[in-house]
Design a protein around this ligand. Structure first.
Ligand code: FAD
Length: 395
């Protein structure tokens, strides 16, 4: 039986980042994922991830930023447009107001995974095993013995469950999860436009959920953005079945012209939208992180950034108390550091999503008024920006 410091279950963006961060600390790590090389469908994840400033710090610490820096498009302004009322309300949240050049950086998911896997290959203490999943755990006072789907076993001081929203680690620990469903899907696609985006990420609210344009590098000389379009399931199915011309028409109608005419490039994908919070973050010799612990609708770029905050907490504890890794007290501190922030963000995003779904005219009007109120008071605006960025955390 192999013996290491940490087993990471899950080789998605979060699990790979965790394996790299622990490996960078000089810990011995085994990271397992049943999906083949580069994730379940390498060319297939069309999503992009906006990494916010605190998330970048965690990635830099794990030696992961270098591999993605050249593919990262800076985000300087967060524009919110309320297009559901009688007159559009448009408000800008500008990074410069917080003394920053940018809020974050947008990176295609396939680049993230490839760059993270390349970093792991350069870390001698990290063993990334593809095609092998977590199967079982036997946790004792001193170590956890992890059973893998290939029949092998690995003993470790800590098991990290980063195995996604249907986490087998969470189930093996007997930890339940609260799941809120909205009947929504998030459609993702890329669009080109004539107007340069100038680092502006734009969220358009009308009904059915937000429609967000996030800056990408130019495509064949044209400015480009990633679209995340949240809408109800039936409408998503209808949109997915449209001809390219009809889809382009629908995209342009929904964008309310905020970026001029949009030209979809490449395929469209639909992703499920839920809020999920695990009942607990820890069990004996085991910590849950990322979507195994929390999933939120794709609003305000919180998903992976919350996961990087989980990782930041685990790394801080591993640095401060390396001898205590995986002990009850160490795990209790991890839960204490992360639970209030996760609860606050999951509740906040749930609320924003429900408000954005609202189709009734008075509710849309209220949303416009709410946007004005939140934006036009300087202190409230700056406070919200700091909170959204993760510069201020409860707990
Ligand atoms: C449309 C959309 C847009 C988004 N945009 C952003 C954004 O801009 N910014 C942001 O911060 N977040 C964003 N998110 C969220 C972000 O994409 C996710 O938080 C992140 O990709 C999830 O990472 P993960 O590694 O936790 O989960 P996953 O990517 O689901 O990875 C889990 C991994 O676990 C593996 N696994 C499954 N079973 C086992 C097992 N038994 N043993 C071991 N491994 C197992 C799976 O194969 C998978 O590779 C977005 C999400 C969506 C849907």
């Amino acid at each position: 039986m192999d013996r290491v410091d940490i087993v990471v279950a899950g080789g998605g963006a979060a699990g790979l980042a965790a394996a790299a961060a622990f490996g960078t600390l000089g810990l011995r790590v085994v990271c397992v994922d049943p999906a083949p090389e580069d994730g379940p469908d390498p060319a297939g994840d069309l999503r992009t991830t906006a990494i916010l400033a605190p998330g970048r710090v965690v990635l830099e610490g794990a030696g992961l930023w270098e591999g993605i820096a050249n593919h990262a498009t800076p985000l300087r302004v967060m524009r919110i447009v309320e297009a559901g009322g009688p007159r559009p309300v448009r408000r800008d949240f500008v990074a410069g107001e917080l003394g920053r050049t940018e809020f974050g950086w947008n990176v295609p998911n396939r680049i993230l995974r490839r760059a993270f896997a390349a970093r792991l290959a350069a870390l001698p203490g990290v063993d990334l095993r593809r095609g092998v999943g977590f199967a079982s755990r036997l946790a004792g006072a001193e170590e956890v013995v992890v059973g893998l789907t290939d029949g092998r076993r690995v003993a470790a001081r800590l098991l990290v469950g980063a195995d996604g929203r249907h986490s087998a680690v969470r189930a093996a620990c007997g930890i339940g999860a609260r799941v809120l469903r909205y009947g929504q899907k998030a459609l993702v696609l890329a669009v080109c436009h004539e107007t340069p985006h100038e680092g502006v990420s734009t969220e358009v609210h009308a009904r059915g959920g937000p429609f967000t344009l996030v800056p990408l590098p130019d495509h064949e000389g044209s400015p480009c953005s990633a679209v995340v379009w949240m809408t109800d399931g039936a409408e998503a199915r209808r949109l997915l079945a449209l001809s390219p011309e009809a889809l382009a028409e629908a995209v342009n109608a929904r964008s309310a012209g905020v970026m001029g005419p949009l030209r979809p490039v490449g395929p469209v994908q639909a992703w499920p939208v839920v809020t999920l919070t695990a009942d607990r973050l820890v069990a004996r010799r085991t910590a849950l992180m990322a979507e195994a612990a929390h999933a939120v609708p794709p609003i305000g770029a919180q998903g992976l950034n919350m996961s990087l905050a989980d990782l930041g907490a685990l790394v801080a504890l591993a640095r401060e108390r390396p001898g205590g890794i995986g002990t009850d007290a160490w795990l209790r501190d991890y839960a204490r550091m992360r639970e209030p922030d996760i609860r606050l963000r999951a509740a906040g995003i749930d609320l924003l999503n429900r408000a954005s779904i609202a189709g009734a005219a008075p509710l849309r009007l209220a949303r416009g008024l709410g946007l004005r109120a939140m934006h036009d008071l300087g202190a409230v605006r700056r406070g919200l920006m700091r909170l959204g960025l993760g510069l201020d955390r409860p707990g």
